[in-house]
Design a protein around this ligand. Sequence first.
Ligand SMILES: [Zn+2]
Length: 248
Amino acid sequence: MSKADGSWINWFVNLPSNEFLCRVPSEYARDKFNLTGLETMVDNFQDTLDAILDSEFDIEYGFDRDADADTHPEMAEQVYGLIHARYILTRRGIMDMCLKYQRGDFGICPRIFCNEQAVLPLGLTDRIGESHVKVYCPRCQDIYQPNERCALLDGAMFGCSFPHMFFMQLPHLLPQPPSEKYIPRIYGFKLHELALLPPSSSPSALKSKEELELDDFEQFDELQQIEEARVLEDINWSNKKRYNFTID
Ligand SMILES: [Zn+2]
């Protein structure tokens, strides 16, 4: 990770709500080649960049000092976010994010069968101001809402490609796909796959309403009979146990 200083960047990345962000080295942000094309995406780009790279940011007064009077906190976040999205695709940026990933800074997958797999942040679009950050689980390969503290970060600060570039660079970190899958059951019995489809997409949708109601009723009736038999068996077993106990 790059060295901390008294700049706006240092203050900004240390806010608890920005825990997903890594610190972009100032030498990367000063290199015009790295920023090609970004200057047209945010108003007042160059002045804002100078202000966020200034090594003496005043936390108490923010950007209100004369030299930075035209810098708005929102613009500063946008400029930093766009540079951050580019930086984390570089080799050094991926290593910075890898440290955070292995430390669990981005949280874990909420899916039970992913066994607390660490996740990575990503955006649904590369354009700033369109959607908030999401997290990607490399085990189930799905996306989820991040923890509440970081949920308001702009997704474009990470971009759509980041998790996939990360694992292309570090394929040994890719986890095995989940070995277990949730199986819906009623009274311990697996449901037929047609019972899991909404009525409009199952073949039974072609049946008449009366036929459908009759099918539902018969299925429910059958399941209820199975459960009643099981309860009866439990009672018999319990009586037998009590009887045996009395005999002893
Ligand atoms: Zn998962």
